[in-house]
Design a protein around this ligand. Structure first.
Ligand code: NAP
Ligand code: GCO
Length: 266
């Protein structure tokens, strides 16, 4: 019988003071995991700790920028010493900049790549040696629709998330022999602060054009909620997925399967 329990496991979710990371942490906690998270500012960590406490979760929070290799090494050392060996890593922290490519500076492009792609590399490199020592582990990279599709203004983000898809497959290839499974979750369009600008109603109260666009491209006919990602994350973090490796699990309400709502009357 497949075992979805995370009892006795330590899960580190990056950038999980709120949003998708927070929802994944809640689900993993409900499955029995001890929750550890980081964010780049103490005030965010404090906000996250209060939010977890309000949910009855005794989380462990640390300030750490996932792009800073020394800080990440210290984070992993402290977590291992203060909480326990990291059994599950969720590379969730990420940013987006919506700028037409020809107007984007190289520095802006680099910043998105640094956080969304170099960050997961640095975090994964830091936890894999101890996972090998412990006889295995789980790494879950939060990819995107933009791991598969492009659109205007998100060149850096799509390049990063496309790279993250292949980093996921390469970690799976290189470390599967040590009983480490590395998979991705590709959320569709999820209602979080990151997508708030795409959903804000117009001054006249009508829906944002992008909001309408996504509803027409999603068979489910709705934006995803961060909670929709909890179950898939628990599955990929549990022994129920021990023979799943290098897979990107799209949790998108069917966007990738759908050409989009056809014109009325056709
Ligand atoms: P969010 O609401 O913007 O939260 C992202 C979190 O990551 C924030 O807590 C942020 O902290 C943190 N963070 C940013 N840079 C960091 C760094 N260098 N080190 C550590 N933490 C950092 O985003 P979200 O919507 O929850 O998305 C979470 C992940 O899912 C991202 O990787 C995103 O690309 C991906 N995703 C989102 C959607 C969606 O529709 N929302 C869909 C597909 C994939 P600050 O508050 O300080 O920035
Ligand atoms: C955008 C959105 C998307 C989502 C997500 C979709 O501007 O198109 O922010 O990129 O965040 O990545 O899977």
């Amino acid at each position: 019988m497949a075992d979805f329990s995370l009892k006795g496991k330590v899960a580190l979710i990056t950038g999980a003071s709120y949003g998708i990371g927070f929802a994944i942490a809640k689900a993993m906690s409900a499955a029995g995991a001890t929750i550890v998270f980081n964010d780049i500012k103490q005030e965010l960590v404090d906000k996250g700790l209060a939010a977890y406490e309000a949910e009855g979760i005794k989380a462990h929070g640390y300030v750490c920028d996932v792009t800073n290799e020394e800080a990440v090494a210290e984070l992993v050392r402290r977590v291992t010493e203060e909480v326990g060996h990291i059994n599950i890593l969720v590379n969730n922290a990420g940013i987006i900049m919506r700028i037409p490519m020809t107007e984007m500076t190289a520095a802006q492009f680099r910043k998105v790549i640094d956080i969304d792609l170099n960050g997961p590399f640095i975090m994964s490199k830091a936890v894999i040696p101890d996972m090998i020592e412990q006889g295995g582990g789980k790494i879950i990279n939060i990819c995107s629709m933009m791991s598969e599709l492009g659109r205007e203004t998100v060149s850096a983000y799509a390049a990063a998330k496309g790279g993250l898809k292949m980093l996921t497959r390469n970690i799976a290839s290189e470390y599967g022999q040590y009983n480490i499974q590395c998979n991705g979750i590709g959320p569709g369009y999820i209602a979080t602060p990151q997508t708030a600008p795409l959903r804000e109603p117009r001054p006249d109260g009508t829906r944002h054009p992008f909001d309408q666009f996504i509803l027409a491209k999603t068979p489910a006919g709705r934006w995803g909620e961060a909670a929709d990602l909890g179950g898939p994350a628990v599955f990929l973090a549990s022994s129920a997925s021990d023979f799943v490796n290098g897979h990107i699990l799209y949790v998108d309400g069917g966007i990738l399967a759908y050409i989009g709502r056809q014109p009325d009357g056709e």
